[in-house]
Design a binder for this molecule. Structure first.
Ligand code: SF4
Length: 396
């Protein structure tokens, strides 16, 4: 493939910071992904809306003081956004965006000088990765420190700021833009993911950041040209090519390693090896199904498969009117509604952490049971457990 740019006016850089963990590992992935159209989903649009609300709050506080009425009008406009006619706004967005705002306010309050603040700032890191640019949620510069903070609304997996390539690319871009004006010597990276209670921070010196920037240049050049080896792994999860990528398919279907198995029973080493190879099969098969359904609905034939109508569900046309009618006909209200106690996590969400601790945990109303044993890769941070009784317990 050539290094030409497919879409000079693309909204996202080919070597985007958010996909950097992917193209730094699987260098041809960026060009391969470029063949797929941008898609969106309810969750992606929900995340965008949460960012817009967060941006409005940060601007109001730091850079664009506004009357309460103006803020409310702008917020109300955002609240009306929909995706496929479904409202995207939920009340919890206000709480979660406040968590992010409070975090940034906390940094600013702890500083001895008033910081420079930039919100939703477009930065350019093309000196390190060809044509690389992106948008940083929040930048603060005070004294000799550059603070880069990223708000993540997802609640899939907690994202760590430690050595995070996306954050480091943002920091490189910010450094290039501001180092003429500010004597930046240290960099503070933070990811705020309120729906997972995740606040992850990482600091490094500007020398360390620049050395990292230099170290990725050869890979970034390869990635821009679409060169190098396809390397499947955890990072395939958000790759646009995840369903059709041959390297990924080969990873799951090539069983050469196991052809030497001698029946009738496989060894524990082979069990470990197969589990290792197969741990992402489920999400790969799901990606294949999503792709095949989408193509079938477009009228394309995927041999052996077709799109059909799923099982519909029955819903009330107007629940209030329906229930009024039932009650008018003598059906007791108790028949119509279930009283279900809130689960512990839901109750904690309702009460808030402090009240939950005071009313529930401290008086001893909440028991924590051990989780059900589950299989995890050896790299998992949790301690390994067994059912074996150790010598000390046995003696007792
Ligand atoms: S699916 Fe995985 S292996 Fe294939 S291009 Fe994407 S990141 Fe690389």
């Amino acid at each position: 493939m050539t290094g030409e740019i497919a879409h000079a006016d693309r909204a996202h850089a080919l070597l985007s910071a958010s996909a950097s963990s992917r193209w730094l590992t699987c260098t041809p992935s960026a060009r391969l992904e470029d063949q797929f159209e941008e898609t969106t989903s309810f969750f992606a649009e929900e995340g965008t809306l949460a960012h817009e609300i967060a941006e409005l709050k940060l601007r109001k506080h730091f850079t664009e003081p506004m009357a309460k009425a103006t803020f409310t009008r702008r917020l109300n406009k955002l609240k009306k956004k929909t995706y496929n006619d479904e409202l995207l706004f939920q009340k919890e967005m206000l709480k979660h965006t406040d968590t992010y705002l409070d975090y940034v306010k906390g940094i600013a309050i702890g500083l001895s000088t008033e910081p420079y603040v930039a919100i939703e700032k477009r930065i350019d890191y093309s000196s390190f990765a060809p044509e690389g640019f992106g948008t940083v949620d929040c930048l603060l510069i005070a004294g000799e420190t550059l603070y880069v903070t990223d708000f993540k609304y997802g609640k899939g997996v907690p994202v760590s700021a430690e050595d995070n390539s996306q954050m480091k690319l943002y920091a490189l871009g910010a450094y290039l833009e501001y180092s003429f004006l500010y004597p930046i010597k240290n960099v503070h990276l933070a990811i705020i993911q309120p729906r997972l209670d995740n606040e992850s921070e990482f600091t490094l010196t500007i020398e360390e950041l620049l050395a990292w920037g230099e170290s990725i240049k050869p890979k970034a050049d390869k990635a821009f040209k679409g060169e190098g080896e396809f390397v499947p792994g955890e990072h395939c999860k958000f790759c646009k090519a995840k369903a059709k990528c041959r390297a990924r398919a080969d990873q799951f279907t090539a069983l050469e390693d196991f052809k030497q198995m001698k029946p009738p029973l496989i060894s524990d080493e082979e069990v470990g090896g197969i589990l290792e190879k197969g741990q992402h099969i489920e999400s790969w098969v799901k990606a294949l199904k999503d792709y095949a359904l989408k193509e079938s609905l477009k009228g394309k034939e995927i041999p052996g498969w077709k799109a059909v109508e799923g099982r519909g569900s029955r819903v009330y046309k107007n629940q209030d009117a329906a229930f009024d009618e039932l009650q008018n006909r003598g059906i007791d209200e108790a028949v119509l509604y279930e009283r279900v106690p809130l689960t512990v996590p839901k109750l904690e969400k309702e009460l808030g952490k402090k009240q939950f601790r005071d009313y529930m945990e401290e008086p001893g109303h909440v028991l924590k049971s051990a989780g059900k044993p589950t299989l995890a890769p050896a790299s998992d941070k949790r301690k390994a457990i067994t059912n074996e009784v150790d010598a000390a317990e046995d003696f007792n």
